[in-house]
Design a binder for this molecule. Sequence first.
Ligand code: SF4
Length: 285
Amino acid sequence: VMEGCDNFCAYCVVPFSRGREKFRPLEAVLGEARGAAGAGAVEVQLLGQNVNSYRDPGSGLGLAGLLDRVADVPGIAWVRFVTSHPRDFGDDIIRAMAGNPKICRSLHLPLQSGSSRVLERMNRGYDREAYLDLAARIKASVPGILLATDVIVGFPGETDEDFESTCDVLRLIRFAGIFSFRYSPRPLTAAARVPDDVPLEVKRRRLLSLQALQKSIQIEINASFVGRELRVLCTGPSVKGGGRFAGRTEGNLVVNFDSAADLTGRFVDVRVTGSGPYSLRAALL
Ligand code: SF4
């Protein structure tokens, strides 16, 4: 629904590689959603590098309105959107998520660092407190929502204390999933002009430590679903094969279950029978 970005985070090449923000007209997005639904799609994901800043070039309608309009398309049961910027996440989007059951209770909200000092150097436009406050307001308004995030470790100047602040935010928010990366400089970016001064060994150690912490959190979150009934959209045969299928919940958790019939593309109800750090096991109801 949009491409490009005007934000110029210090580490990111997107504003140079994709250019400034460009928005697709509302009618073009709705037309594509109707076409997809007509061809059998039940889930739509609205994509943009900075999807929160969406504005219909004609009417000025923002992302919250777009989400509601796409959710109204006959046949569409689930609507998702990615990627959100914490600074541009308005209350209207929270209200849309809280008020429209077709907008999935799942949100990817990149943190990047839990240290205000590092966030400022990254030019992210929010600090630790603002992120924690936003996450708390979203969780309070949209009960049961699962958050996921992105984290970069070893950004130039990141100290042990900064890194510990990031781990602390992971413990406080308890993300259901993260994508985590070691910092490396990208051409043209502001960060590439300052020394990449965190040693590779320290970056490696911090990344492993962060991932171990996150794994322990995911084990606990996923275990809390055992015994519960969930609605799952079957995405296809599991990589393990043998009559096993995989699907996703509204919260974007991966669920594996056995089925004699191919249920790809269909919603099924399951009871969760087991869990691991990265997926749930379930039985068809
Ligand atoms: Fe834009 Fe995201 Fe890159 Fe920042 S990290 S410049 S918000 S695309």
